[in-house]
Design a protein around this ligand. Structure first.
Ligand code: O7E
Length: 215
């Protein structure tokens, strides 16, 4: 079954509350700048203690190799993997991968992003990014639920597990993307769950819908 990853873009207090509420229905949690900057990296451990799920650090690392290496070393004291940008070049991505791999942690590469602005600069190079992710034997790519045909192509080109954001608040439709995905892939959902009146109910709804549509 395709996995459900919660994007926990909240402050510490709300994030811990939502993590507790939805823990039975999500397979993984994505932690990014909104949460870490409103608390600290220690929050990753607190979330893991609550839900005992895979936690991926969404820092979209995009610097020169020497700096990427430092960021990866410091970040990967926590969590199970880290998200990097590829447009900065293969050497920068390798620097992160070479820190993550010996620690048994994942390096996940952003290909095409889900928002409208991605069409101008990142879509034209997204296929190459997917191919680079495959060549570097990374652990996954990020590709958009808002453009199912692009999601299909990027998954095919990389032949890697896909993390796909865009369902819910960004207008992506679960029914359209689920048939492209398999049990190695993750659907990332944030606001449609944590901004709902009842996050637990909504996480359960998405989990059951994924199960029903996966058949
Ligand atoms: O729209 P939401 O609230 O369901 O949240 C989507 C999450 O996915 C949010 O954390 C956002 O930062 C992230 N995201 C995208 O929305 N689009 C992208 O192209 C890439 C990401 C992302 O997470 O990249 C790394 C996985």
């Amino acid at each position: 079954m395709v996995k459900l990853m919660l994007a926990l873009d909240l402050d510490k207090e709300r994030a811990l509350k939502v993590a507790e509420e939805v823990k039975d229905y999500v397979d993984a949690i994505k932690v990014g700048y909104p949460l870490v900057l409103s608390s600290s990296l220690e929050i990753v451990k607190e979330i893991k203690d609550i839900c005992e799920k895979e936690v991926i650090l969404d820092f979209k690392v995009a610097d020169i190799p020497a700096t990427n290496e430092k960021i990866a070393k410091l970040s990967l004291r926590y969590g199970d993997g880290i998200i990097v940008h590829g447009f900065v070049g293969e050497d920068s991505v390798k620097a992160v991968r070479d820190v993550a791999k010996p620690l048994n942690k994942k390096t996940i590469l952003v290909t095409e992003m889900s928002h409208p602005g991605a069409l101008r600069f990142i879509q034209p190079i997204a296929n190459e990014l997917a191919i680079m992710a495959k060549k570097l034997e990374l652990d996954g790519i990020v590709a958009p639920s808002t453009r199912p045909e692009r999601l299909r192509e990027l998954k095919h080109l990389s032949n890697l597990p896909v993390l796909t954001p865009g369902v819910g608040a960004q207008g992506g439709r679960l029914e359209e993307i689920i048939k492209i995905l398999d049990e190695n892939d993750y659907i990332i959902i944030g606001r449609a769950i944590y901004n709902s009146e009842d996050p637990k109910k909504m996480a359960k709804y998405y989990k059951e819908k994924i199960r029903a549509l996966s058949k």
